[in-house]
Design a binder for this molecule. Structure first.
Ligand code: GDP
Ligand code: IMO
Ligand code: MG
Length: 422
């Protein structure tokens, strides 16, 4: 019986998961998203074209593969329809390649409004969510009030919807939040009809069946470990389990069915939205990382905060996920840097620690190790041997510190700009 390999982010999201899933898809028969929703923005570039996927797995462009939106995902019918129609326009018909779990939860129009209302109520303590209704939808799931994709097949669908909407409206009234839902609701009902045309499946049976038949499965994470609802920088997190354990609960896979765990990280760090970020740079270097790395959100267009690589956080993420192989992204952004810094410990109140602390906001100072820049255009390199010695020293330091091999190095956004080490 085959196992499920996993690709997930080790930082605060936007590590480059979409690109790498696309690159690795030819090795697999099935690609499945296991959590998150349209808060994700996964960018792929090939043949001079650029695509941003939100709910649809990033295996969709490699032809002939089955792509699954798993049960741990939350779906907004309106955004899903827009995404699918955009792909259809560029010649990618999804109806045969894409299946959706009946157990995935539906994001209702009122969930989006609630997301905005809760953020407004938090004032200066707001999370900076993507505004896609993610938190309220997962809240309804856990409080046993959610609506699932499978409900679309029920004759009681209109009543289930009306009950959920009435409950949300009571909450919105109590928050004194003004809104107009009419247009959104009309679009949603049309989009729900569109969603019905897809294969709605019991994805846990589908995936376990595929494994039993010897077919290979790749699970695609969204967001990143430091945004995990249990292990991230709570409360500045998303509302799902982004970590490897989320593959089990989000696809119905037993823990002993997990195979390779590919952990993706940028050669520096970014974060979009509010919350602690120990190595954040507020100077010209931070601005350079942002402009050279085009660090603007794929979903909201917001400027991403930038900082140095944080090995304390990276090691924590590797531990939580059981990462077996590392994938390093975007080192090319630092091609011209004289010095590259990496945080190897934190100092808190004069005490040095290499552990990611419970409270990462208060009085924390990163301790840095400095590296000489490689001063060379990595985008021209096509094999590990072509990398300049200074860059290899940087990679090998990370491997020594983490005890995990860096097996793939990405040196540009295009599919082809990817170096897989043997
Ligand atoms: P995801 O959410 O993890 O899939 O990542 P995003 O797509 O949100 O953000 C990653 C961004 O970096 C996208 O704009 C990619 O096209 C781009 N990208 C990915 N890998 C590389 C790389 O190695 N070098 C550079 N310069 N850009 C990259
Ligand atoms: P991908 O898959 C980066 C952040 C938001 C906010 C917090 C909570 O592209 O890496 P939410 O809307 O989920 O309730 O917002 O999480 N966030 C992301 N940041 N990449 C993402 O996805 C993100 N999805 C959510 O900015 O801080
Ligand atoms: Mg993204």
């Amino acid at each position: 019986m085959k196992k499920v390999d996993v690709i997930l982010g080790l930082q605060w999201g936007d590590e480059g998961k979409g690109k790498v899933v696309d690159v690795l898809t030819p090795r697999y028969d099935v690609v499945a998203r296991f959590q998150g929703g349209p808060n994700a923005g996964h960018t792929l570039e090939f043949s001079g074209e650029k695509y941003v996927l939100r709910s649809i797995p990033s295996g969709i462009f490699q032809g002939g593969k089955t792509n699954i939106i798993g049960s741990g995902v939350v779906i907004d019918a309106i955004l899903f329809r827009a995404e699918a129609e955009e792909l259809a326009k560029s010649g990618h018909d999804l109806t045969r390649q894409l299946c959706i779990s009946k157990k995935a939860h539906l994001i209702l129009p009122t969930h989006r409004i609630l997301d905005a209302a809760y953020e407004a109520a938090k004032g200066s303590g707001k999370i900076g969510t993507t505004g896609k209704g993610i938190g309220p939808t997962y809240t309804d799931k856990v409080s046993r009030n959610g609506m699932r994709v499978g409900d679309l097949l029920s004759p009681d669908f209109p009543q289930i919807y009306a009950r959920a909407k009435a409950r949300h409206e009571r909450i919105l009234r109590s928050l004194g939040y003004a809104y107009d839902i009419a247009d959104l609701e009309r679009q949603w009902f049309e989009a729900v009809e569109f969603l019905r045309r897809f294969r709605l499946i019991d994805s846990e049976y589908f995936i376990n069946g595929a494994l039993a038949e010897g077919r290979s499965v790749l699970a695609e994470g969204a967001q990143g470990t430091l945004l995990d609802v249990d292990f991230g920088s709570y409360p500045f997190v998303t509302s799902s389990n982004t970590v490897c354990a989320g593959v089990c609960t989000g696809l119905g896979i037993a823990p002993n069915r997990i195979g390779e765990v590919f952990g993706i990280f940028k050669a520096y760090c970014t974060r979009v939205g509010a919350g602690p970020f120990p190595t954040e740079l507020f100077d010209e270097t931070g601005e350079r990382l942002c402009s050279l790395g085009h660090e603007f959100g794929a979903v909201t267009g917001r400027k991403r905060r930038c900082g140095w690589l944080d090995l304390v956080a990276l090691k924590y993420s590797i531990m939580i996920n059981g990462v077996t192989q590392l994938i390093m992204m975007k080192a090319d952004v630092m091609n011209d840097f004289d010095t590259i810094r990496v945080a190897t410990a934190y100092e808190i109140g004069g005490v040095r620690t290499s552990e990611f602390p419970y409270d990462i906001a208060e009085g924390l100072e990163p301790v840095y190790t400095d590296f000489e820049g490689w001063k060379c255009d990595l985008r021209g390199c096509r094999s590990y041997d072509e990398f300049p010695p200074a860059f290899r020293r940087y990679i090998e330091f990370i491997e020594r510190e983490t005890g995990v091999p860096v097996r793939i190095v990405s040196v540009g956004p295009d599919r082809g700009e990817t170096i897989v080490r043997n």
